[in-house]
Design a protein around this ligand. Sequence first.
Ligand code: HEM
Length: 128
Amino acid sequence: MPEDPLHRLYENIGDDGITQIVAAFYKQVPGDDILGPMYPSDEMEAAEERLRDFLIYRFGGSQKYVQQRGHPRLRMRHMPFAIDVNARHRWIELMTKALEQVEMSVKDRALMLAFFEHLATFMINRES
Ligand code: HEM
């Protein structure tokens, strides 16, 4: 069976790398004019943990996310949030900045960004 490149990436950066990326992303959210109001301000720590656990699960690590939240069904879970192309671009902008702050190979960073870009486009659920 061909190896999933995201699993190889996970072997390189581990739980620590993912934790750092998600922390760097969420640090920017409250001050963001588009994304800030969308995220629950009283639950930022819990939200950070959900994204972190999802990524660890998706990249081949601990199954905690699925055990706690069930099948991800991310598009459905994002329906309550008005995600247009601007929100999608902003999410990717913040994530790109987060990825720049964490040490990893150029190849791994590109792979991770491509993964996020693909999913973020899939999450668009409103016209601008
Ligand atoms: C396209 C722009 C996006 C916007 C505006 C957005 C916004 C949000 C918001 C407002 C939440 C609720 C925070 C919470 O309480 O957990 C959320 C949850 C979440 N998002 Fe996104 N998101 C976007 C893209 C993505 C992408 C690309 C991923 C995956 C890589 C992702 C993964 C998640 C996960 C795992 C949760 C928690 C789901 C749960 O278990 O309830 N999101 N997102």
